[in-house]
Design a protein around this ligand. Structure first.
Ligand SMILES: [Zn+2]
Length: 417
């Protein structure tokens, strides 16, 4: 993979084999033999091989020519749910690193690079207790580290004594409002709230209990919206999702065992869904190899290894609800929960896309979820490869519309300054 930083002081002429435009058309449009002209960090024009070439408005600026003939250019991928504070390999080692700045810098730096190498140019961080997502957002923004744009949540909000001590602070009801003030001061990009516990890997359809009440959640969402902040809701059960949707949250994270009625409500209220299948599917391997993992990666035996039949059933159920959500018109984003046990930054994104394929979505539908839908969820104005849009693009070998697996062949990543 070659990373090309697009500066606003240079002009670019890029010859491309194919372009998948993205944008609002469905199915996504594909054109052959095109030239892309970049000016001021944006796409100035796209022309066919036989068309008259574009005249730069500032022709005196240096012009860089690239010949990427044979490659397909498409909008960048976006991961709607990661945790930069965790590595997906060893939870306790990752936690120890939080107090070791040098080790943390090396590890998170590698994760950010892996993310870029997989064509992911923006991520939404689901939070951590120690503010690592926020700190690394700044390091990337001021060019200290190469990495994707990070939309950071700071610390998550959860009910005291309930699930999620590494993700956020236990906030009693009477402190919800002042906590929103604190998070606003920290300049978070969105609020992350834990509406329920997590899904069980040992018992089918068992999910941790609800945290805040419906009224508390509603007040929290109103408070966030009045401060200009969206709300990403960790909600694992149908009950938790229905409550979160009724409270007015912006996105549902995880959402296992959803009912059709809840999906219909999400479609009606335009609440996006990030179904995160890979954190469950990855447990299959952890269950199978638990005797090797014990005492090695995890530094402790797996007290309750995942049950493979429970994992398979949960994944199957989630895939069928993805297909149903798509049919009902629910906006689907793509999120990995990278950093969760068994979920790698960058690499696991492909696993998640393959799971969408298993759910029956076509490559062009998957590309739409991974690019346009997910960029929209993060509030980015990446509306596809089109004039006036920022020059955020990726180039892959092969045609991802014929085989979604070709999205793994990232040749170039174009990142505007
Ligand atoms: Zn998460």
């Amino acid at each position: 993979m070659e990373l090309i930083k697009i500066t606003s002081t240079q002009n670019y002429v890029i010859k491309i084999g194919n372009i998948i435009e993205g944008g609002s058309e469905s199915p996504v449009k594909k054109y052959a033999d095109r030239y892309i002209y970049l000016e001021n960090g944006r796409i100035a024009s796209i022309t066919g091989a036989g068309d008259a070439s574009y005249q730069f408005t500032q022709p005196t600026r240096p012009t860089i020519s690239l010949d990427l003939g044979g490659l397909t250019v498409l909008p960048p991928l976006v991961d709607c749910h990661v945790h930069m504070a965790l590595d997906g390999l060893d939870f306790s080692a990752a936690r120890q690193r939080w107090d070791q700045p040098d080790e943390l810098y090396t590890q998170v730096g590698a994760q950010l690079w892996d993310t870029l190498c997989h064509g992911i140019l923006a991520v939404r961080d689901g939070g951590d207790l120690s503010g690592i997502g926020l700190r690394y957002r700044e390091l990337v923004a001021n060019d200290s580290l190469p990495g994707p744009i990070i939309r950071a949540s700071g610390y998550a909000l959860r009910k005291p004594q309930k699930y999620g001590s590494f993700l956020g602070r236990g906030i009693p009801t009477e402190m919800l409002d002042s906590t929103l003030d604190d998070l606003t001061r920290l300049k978070v990009d969105q609020i992350k709230v834990l509406v329920s516990g997590v899904v069980s890997f040992q018992e089918y359809a068992r999910v941790g209990p609800l945290q805040y009440t419906a009224d508390e959640l509603k007040a929290l969402v109103e408070g966030a919206h009045s401060r200009g902040l969206g709300v990403m809701a960790h909600a694992s059960s149908d009950e938790a999702v229905a409550m979160a949707v009724q409270a007015g949250v912006d996105t549902i994270e995880h959402g296992y065992f959803l009912s059709r009625a809840t999906l219909e409500l999400m479609a009606k209220n335009k609440v996006a869904w990030i179904p995160t299948v890979i954190p469950v599917a990855a447990q299959e391997a952890r269950g199978r190899f638990s005797r090797f993992l014990a005492g090695k990666q995890e530094n402790r035996p797996l007290a309750s290894p995942p049950a493979s039949n429970v994992i398979a059933q949960t994944v199957e159920r989630q895939l069928s609800m993805i297909s149903e959500a798509h049919a009902l018109g629910v906006t689907l984003g793509v999120g990995t929960d990278a950093g969760a046990s068994g979920v790698r930054h960058g690499y696991s994104y492909w696993q998640e896309l393959n799971l969408y394929r298993q759910a029956g979505l076509t490559p062009d539908e998957i590309i739409r979820c991974a690019t346009i839908n997910s960029a929209h969820i993060l509030g980015l104005d990446w509306g596809g490869i089109a004039p006036e849009r920022p020059a955020a693009m990726i180039a892959v070998s092969g045609n991802p519309l014929a085989d979604i697996g070709n999205l793994q062949n990232i040749a170039y990543v174009f990142q505007p300054e």
